[in-house]
Design a protein around this ligand. Structure first.
Ligand code: 6CS
Length: 255
């Protein structure tokens, strides 16, 4: 942060982004290139700004904002969902994705889990969440008995916790779980959780990079009007119009 200017980024030719490598939000392809809904939008917007490439660093969600402040990357484009405690620390651009949360549950969903209320109702239920992730914040925002929250470091560990019965459910975005099911399998994904906060994100910049963030955002707003934005969103299973209707103000109200 602080050193990022459009001129410097153009001269460097690369924008460094933090990602979680959690398809379809972000994904490291076989050849090492960075793809997924958010990086693909960053690549398109950066190109329109005259910045040729995007370079990704995979990092856990809870280190994305500290790394941004430390200047380890220029922006976070990981599907780092907007919420009050994050919006107060970074500059979020106009929303690029809006999405939902779900539970991964044992096949057949024997405990009929569907909502966050189902978890608070039964003190014996254990739910796995990513350390420092948006979902951990959801659980921290409701009254749970001790031991109901099982913190894991990454999605694979969350799936393993479910399969080894260390957790009765793994709380993660719906699209991420459906993608994981394709590769890991052995669990079901519930419908979108109706009493989970709305999730949405865009790129996040350090507050010291306001001028760059403004230039980027102006270009992003124009890009969101193009059919290329539609095709990127539908390629990864997101709803472009939902993102066009969403606002930073609204999404930053999530706890
Ligand atoms: O914003 C977050 O913290 C969450 N975002 C995604 C795309 N996956 C899980 C993570 O906890």
């Amino acid at each position: 942060g602080g050193g990022l200017t459009v001129a410097k980024a153009k001269q460097k030719g690369t924008l460094n982004i933090a990602i979680g490598n959690e398809p379809p939000y972000t994904k490291i392809a076989g050849d090492g290139s960075v793809t997924g809904a958010e990086p693909d939008v960053v690549r398109a917007v950066a190109k329109r700004m005259g910045i040729k490439n995007v370079k990704g660093t995979v990092t856990p969600y809870d280190s994305m904002i500290p790394g941004l402040k430390a200047g380890r990357w220029d922006t976070v484009a990981a599907g780092l969902f907007m919420k009050q405690s994050r919006c107060s620390q970074v500059i979020y651009t106009s929303p690029v994705i809006v999405s939902t949360e779900s539970f991964a549950v044992p096949t057949g969903n024997p405990k009929k889990l569907a909502t966050i209320a189902d978890v608070t109702k039964n003190p014996k239920l254990k739910v796995a969440v990513l350390k420092g992730g948006f979902e951990e914040g959801i659980l921290d925002g409701v009254k749970l008995a001790g031991g109901q929250k099982v913190v894991v470091s990454d999605a694979q560990t969350g799936v393993e916790a479910l399969k080894s019965n260390r957790a009765d459910a793994f709380l993660l975005p719906t699209l991420s779980l459906t993608d994981l099911k394709k590769t890991s399998g052995g669990f079901d994904v519930t419908k979108a959780i109706s009493d989970a906060p709305v999730t949405g994100s865009g790129a996040a910049f350090a507050t010291t990079d306001k001028a760059f963030a403004n230039a980027y955002n102006a270009e992003l707003e124009k890009f969101k009007k193009t059919s290329e934005f539609d095709s990127i969103m539908s390629k990864w299973g997101f709803d472009a119009d939902a993102a066009r209707k969403a606002t930073v103000t609204e999404l930053c109200k999530s706890k």
